[in-house]
Structure formats: structure tokens, C-alpha cells
Design a protein around this ligand. Structure first.
Ligand code: GDP
Length: 337
């Protein structure tokens, strides 16, 4: 057994938040030596999950500015007051541009991140992944064994990331705002059918009336969708992260949702499906990175691009690089071990 991992694991399950943060940094690292320790740690966590992990893991999705962070702060503090531990994983959208993670998200959920029973982690958005962290699943595993029983994964609401987040978590909350002039935003983007709970946020001040109208629209719309989860019909709620109205109802629905997942071993089966999705997804990213970062491929790619600009064809270039990639990965079974 890897001693460093075993020590780290003990600290994590004893509630050492610094150790948990260190473990997450380790899990995000691409250095070979760190990967060894991280994988050993995750292996221990996996072996203890049935004893320690009581979590429900929810995606909180929605367009920028609808109030996801504000809502997470409110619902998180509510859950903590009721004796729960809340872990939040967010993406720092600025990190692609600045090439480093700034702590913008942390300051947006300041009370939650300061609470002893809250843990907020902001990860850089991988260029490949849109609004999802490369190691979100691993982090959920760590939070779960550390006793965080409500885990919220905030996605930035771009591209395919919602579909991936849906596959990797136990439930999907879509946050929208009323009166944006783009009614049924989620439906157009094919997101609404993923939602287990739709929250029309900002149901306050001048938005109150339009929030009720939006709720009606969404209730109507989901009526025609086939529920994706056994034992749960999607709910549409109105809420205000500003004045706290509707937060209790939102929390109650999260509790009901969790109870419905625990019935008939549904959650257990979903976690198995999540694992199998994650394995292919994660290895797909790895394969892409290994091949695209291979010096020979890189060289050919830049040569091909230069040539393409002059006279060559990008289709020929692609074919040649494809052939090269196949050659690079052709080894015998004995060599693969
Ligand atoms: P996110 O980008 O989806 O995480 O949205 P934020 O939580 O950062 O909120 C975006 C803006 O909307 C901020 O200026 C918030 O103060 C405001 N906001 C968030 N929730 C509410 C709400 O319930 N009512 C009103 N009126 N404003 C809100």
C-alpha cells in the first residue's frame, strides 16, 4: 500500500480540510509521480465508499448569470443548518484565458466556503471539456468519503458539458431566470429533458410575475417529456436566492429526490452506469492528449497545416496523420503486457 496515500486518506476521513484540498490538487495533477499517489488514494476511497459515502451528487446547470452560485450558497447553508456537509465543485471559466485558476468562484460563495461543514473547490476548465472539470468524478469520490453528503457540481452551461455532467452525477438541476425574452431556453438547447428539478430563480422584485409565467411554461413543456428516472417526475419550482423565498421548497425537493433514488437500489445502479460512462469518457480524453501531444504527430500537424495553406489538402493531411497515429499505437500483445 502507498503510505502517503494511506496517511492522506486517514486525514481526509477525520475531517482535515487542508488534506482534502491537497488530495484534490494531487488528483488534478498530470505528473506521473502524483498520478501514482492519487490513484492509490482513490483506490482506498473506492474500497471504503460503502461504509463512508452517503452522498447525493447533483449537477447545478444554467446559463451564466441566472444565479447558480447565489442559489448554491443559499441551499448549501440551509443544508448545513440541518446538519449536512456540503461540497461544491465549480469551474473557473477565466482559467482558460489567464492560464491559471483565480478564486473568483470562491468569493461568490464566501459563507459556504468559510463554513466548517462546507467545502468549495474551483477547478480550471479544461479546454476540451467545456464547463466541466477533468477530475470532477474523482473529487466527488473524495468528498463522499470525507462525509460530504450533499455534493453540488456547478457547470458553466456551455456545449456538451451538461450532458457529461448528467452522466456523472445522480441528479440534474437546471436553473433559469424569468423574463429573459428567451422563454424555454433549456428546451431549445435540449437540456430541459435532462432536468430532475427546474428552478426558476430571481422570483422576486420585478421578476416575480414573469417567474410564475416561466414556471407555467416549463411545467407545460415537461408534461410532454418522458421522465428519465424511475420513481421521479421532474419538478418546476420558483425561487429567489436574493430573499430566500422558495429555498425551503427547493431543499425539500432535493430531499425527496434523494429518497426516491435510494428506493429499490436505484442510486447504486446509477453509480455503476456512471462508472462505466466515466471510464470511456476519461480514457477518450487521455487518448486524445497522448496522441495529439506526441512530438511526431505535432510535427506532422504543423507541417500539414503550413502545406495546406499553400497547395495541399487538409483531407490528405488528416489521412496521413491518421495513418501515422495508427502506426504509433501498433504494438504486439506481448509488448502491451
Ligand atoms: P451564476 O453566474 O449563474 O452563478 O449567477 P450568480 O449567482 O453569480 O448571480 C448573477 C447575478 O444575479 C448577481 O448579480 C446576483 O446578485 C444576481 N442574483 C442571483 N440570484 C438572484 C435572485 O434570486 N434575485 C435577483 N434579483 N438577483 C439574483
Amino acid at each position: 500500500m502507498n503510505q502517503e496515500s494511506a496517511t492522506l486518506f486517514q486525514k481526509i476521513i477525520q475531517g482535515d480540510r487542508v488534506a482534502l484540498a491537497q488530495a484534490m490538487t494531487l488528483v488534478e495533477s498530470n505528473r506521473e509521480a502524483d498520478r501514482e499517489v492519487a490513484v492509490a488514494l482513490l483506490e482506498i476511497a473506492e474500497s471504503k465508499k460503502s461504509e463512508l459515502d452517503r452522498s447525493i451528487r447533483l449537477t447545478i446547470s444554467g446559463a451564466p448569470g441566472v444565479g447558480k452560485s447565489s442559489l448554491i450558497e443559499k441551499i448549501g447553508l440551509k443544508a448545513i443548518r440541518e446538519g449536512h456537509k456540503v461540497g461544491v465543485l465549480t469551474i473557473d471559466p477565466s482559467s482558460n484565458i489567464s492560464h491559471g485558476s483565480i478564486l473568483g468562484d470562491k468569493s461568490r460563495m464566501q459563507y459556504l466556503s468559510l463554513s466548517e461543514s462546507g467545502f468549495v473547490r474551483s477547478s480550471p476548465a479544461g479546454t476540451l471539456l467545456g464547463g466541466l472539470g477533468r477530475r470532477t468524478k474523482e473529487m466527488m469520490t473524495l468528498l463522499g468519503v470525507a462525509g460530504f453528503d450533499l455534493i453540488l457540481v456547478e457547470t458553466v452551461g456551455v456545449g456538451q458539458s451538461e450532458h457529461i455532467a448528467w452522466q456523472l452525477t445522480d441528479g440534474f438541476v437546471l436553473v433559469i431566470q424569468p423574463g429573459s425574452g428567451d422563454e424555454l431556453q433549456g428546451i431549445k438547447r435540449g437540456i430541459t429533458e435532462l432536468a430532475d428539478i427546474i428552478v426558476v430563480n430571481k422570483s422576486d422584485t420585478s421578476f416575480k410575475e414573469s417567474a410564475a409565467i416561466s414556471r407555467g411554461h416549463y411545467q407545460n413543456a415537461i408534461h410532454y417529456l418522458t421522465p428519465l428516472r424511475k420513481g421521479w417526475n421532474p419538478k418546476v419550482l420558483t425561487c429567489s436566492a436574493l430573499d430566500g423565498n422558495g429555498v425551503d421548497e427547493f431543499w425539500e425537493n432535493i430531499r425527496l429526490y434523494k429518497a426516491s433514488r435510494l428506493e429499490d437500489g436505484e442510486l447504486k445502479e446509477e453509480r455503476i452506469r456512471q462508472d462505466s460512462f466515466w471510464l470511456s469518457w476519461s480514457l477518450g480524453i487521455t487518448a486524445h492528449q497522448i496522441l495529439m501531444n506526441h512530438p511526431v504527430v505535432n510535427q506532422k500537424l504543423s507541417e500539414g497545416l503550413n502545406m495546406g495553406e499553400q497547395s495541399g489538402s487538409i483531407y490528405r493531411t488528416e489521412f496521413e496523420i491518421e495513418t501515422l497515429m495508427k502506426k504509433l499505437i501498433t504494438i504486439t500483445e506481448t509488448q502491451a503486457g
